[in-house]
Design a protein around this ligand. Sequence first.
Ligand SMILES: *[C@@H]1O[C@H](CO)[C@@H](O)[C@H](O)[C@H]1NC(C)=O
Ligand SMILES: *[C@@H]1O[C@H](CO)[C@@H](O)[C@H](O)[C@H]1NC(C)=O
Length: 464
Amino acid sequence: MCRACPDGASHPQRTSLTAAVLLLSLLCNTMIALGLLICVVLRAFSAQAKVVTSFNECKEFFYKGTEPSGMDQNAKRICQMFEDSTRLYYATLYSVPHRIPLYSAYTLDPACSSTPGIYCKDKWYLEPQISQPASEIIHMVRENKNNQNAFKANQAISPDYKNTGYDRGHLNPNSFQCGLGRNATCTLTNAAPMEASFNRYRWSKWESTLKKVLTENLTRDGASAKAYIVTGTVPSANDRIPQGNSDDPERVTVPSHVWTAVCYKHTNDRESFSFSYVGRNQPAESGISLTAVSNLNKWLSEIYSQLSGTPRLIKIFADNCGEDNNKLSIIQKEFQKLINPPVNQGVQMSPCAQNTLGNDYYWHDTVSGNWDYCSSPLRHSKARNGKRCRSNHACGRYGEKYNWCYTDDKDNWDYCCTLDDCYSAVNDQTCRVDHPCGYYGEKYLWCYIDDQGNWDHCCKGCGN
Ligand SMILES: *[C@@H]1O[C@H](CO)[C@@H](O)[C@H](O)[C@H]1NC(C)=O
Ligand SMILES: *[C@@H]1O[C@H](CO)[C@@H](O)[C@H](O)[C@H]1NC(C)=O
């Protein structure tokens, strides 16, 4: 029906078939006009509102006070304020249709203690103004049964994550913040479904390494430097939680990737530097690597253009923040020093897949050569070049060094793909950000997987 505060773009207009509907729709439009007027008046008095039309109030969290460009125009801007209402702690761009943040922008104070707080536990927060734009509550509120029901139409709530195998993964990590800034990261508007072992093992390792590297340099440079960080998601095309058999399924989009872009701004511009990295939100993959922010921009632009069907030009930092100072290789060395080669223990060796012959469970290979149940039913039974696995033979190693499956009843087989996207090579590998899957003159799909000229087969052609 007619909503009091139509937000931005067009209100869905129906072509009315009968006079009654026409009259109703006329009435409705008048009310919308009235509602708009009320909205304008309300907005004028709510300069402190946390869900804001521009990030002006919290621009201190953005390099050069400028938000990333090219992101979803209809997403909600939140200047994150904790219950104490004393200050703003960071900024978030939130997608209501996906019910996840597209990014959070924050800074790192090197003076923060390094206690690894298990801070949120059962203390999570929701954002009143995402669901009730006219609400006068200008800070996040503690989640409870009542507000869950009142707010859930426009935002994710904790029960959406329950028993899904996905964590409420932080974008702005609590370990980067001090004091109540940590509590302020425990809002569901700063969280997206992250596969448990990705979130707790690989992504958190990169987070702690990033913190170490930045803390070292910020401590040395003191007041001359500041670190601006943006961590974002790439919403997947059709993975949503809770999964099918829940009461209220498919509410929250699972990101296919999580990325972080860092701008280290020094008062002496030649000392500034920037870099970024992308992680696939998957259980069994080690391939997170550092790359220039301009590469991330390019990759995000391509993937977001594909997802939205319209060209997007994404730029995270106004002038790529010191990228020309060519410090990427120094940073790469610092990261390498700190990130030990991944230990396999506890990590799955193959993607989860469903075996439809036996019981209806999902399983994966383990390090010891056995198999185990999967925590989350991810959909991985695609083979190379767009083929599908035979329905009774899911992807697995079956004693080989690579993942494969039978693709028909004649025992033809092929390599398996983890994801059917433009940056997935076989065997859980990720294409180089500047080289998506394509034919590039060959008869098969392939991409470079590193800077040394190594390549592998791909699952999907992406127009090259
Ligand atoms: C902030 O979080 C810590 C750790 O969970 C908790 O002990 C403290 O009570 C929280 N503070 C507020 C004001 O909620
Ligand atoms: C960061 O600080 C360390 C230690 O002072 C230094 O070795 C390194 O070169 C710095 N990194 C950059 C990118 O300037």
